[in-house]
Design a protein around this ligand. Sequence first.
Ligand SMILES: NC(=O)C1=CN([C@@H]2O[C@H](COP(=O)(O)OP(=O)(O)OC[C@H]3O[C@@H](n4cnc5c(N)ncnc54)[C@H](O)[C@@H]3O)[C@@H](O)[C@H]2O)C=CC1
Ligand SMILES: O=C([O-])CC(=O)C(=O)O
Length: 233
Amino acid sequence: MTRDDLFNTNASIVRDLAKAIGDVSPKAFVLIISNPVNSTVPIVAEVLKSKGVYDPKRLFGVTTLDVVRASRFISEVQGTSPDNEEVTVVGGHSGVTIVPLISQSNHPNISGEVLDKLINRIQFGGDEVVKAKDGAGSATLSMAQAGARFTSSILRAIKGEKDVVEPTFVESPLFKDEGIDFFSSKVTLGPNGVEEIHPLGPLNDLEEKLVAAAKVDLVKNIKKGKDFVAQNP
Ligand SMILES: NC(=O)C1=CN([C@@H]2O[C@H](COP(=O)(O)OP(=O)(O)OC[C@H]3O[C@@H](n4cnc5c(N)ncnc54)[C@H](O)[C@@H]3O)[C@@H](O)[C@H]2O)C=CC1
Ligand SMILES: O=C([O-])CC(=O)C(=O)O
């Protein structure tokens, strides 16, 4: 089972929750953790648009777990503490759409097989847990930790704290001209939600290739979400 397989169950649940949010609390900050995030976020956007209350600054896909995993797995390779690791993960939240930017981490020199295995584990760590639990759910506790971290970052920003930055899957200008309306990159959060969407920064050749591969899937995942709402309003 992949995150994409969850689409059939979760798409209509997320659509109906988005309808209720649009009716009852149209100014809410909406944090989507239900998978497949790459499609469920566009579903919420389409529903809110149909109700005339969509504010792209207030809709977020929660990709924090990818950052938590990246920090943890780098620290395992390097023998450090994950608390001290800083790593940006961009793209989306499934398989090859998860792109860790190791060249921008504290350990830009990790290379070769160690790097390949590290990237693969970050990209497929969620699938590893789902397979291990064999139908009994997903990475429950680490998801809770990641969700709590992202939510508290949002709350700190709402209260006026400056320079609160988290990678998150939002409506983004970064690759809009390639048909990719949503993309995860570092975002500065503020009292009204998205304050600034950061560019990806310098990428090495491998990361350029990883981003290119991510974009291929993201176009399809985003379209799938939009098409679902168009066909099942
Ligand atoms: N973005 C992320 O980092 C992560 C996302 N996930 C996603 O989070 C979601 C939950 O995962 P788990 O807690 O492992 O699943 P789970 O199967 O343990 O829990 C799902 C819960 O949703 C409830 N539910 C079912 N239909 C509902 C409806 N129509 N309205 C309201 N609630 C309903 C069920 O009763 C159950 O309590 C899944 O979509 C999973 O893929 C999981 C891990 C990480
Ligand atoms: O695929 C899932 O449901 C679990 C998930 O998103 C993750 O652990 O990152």
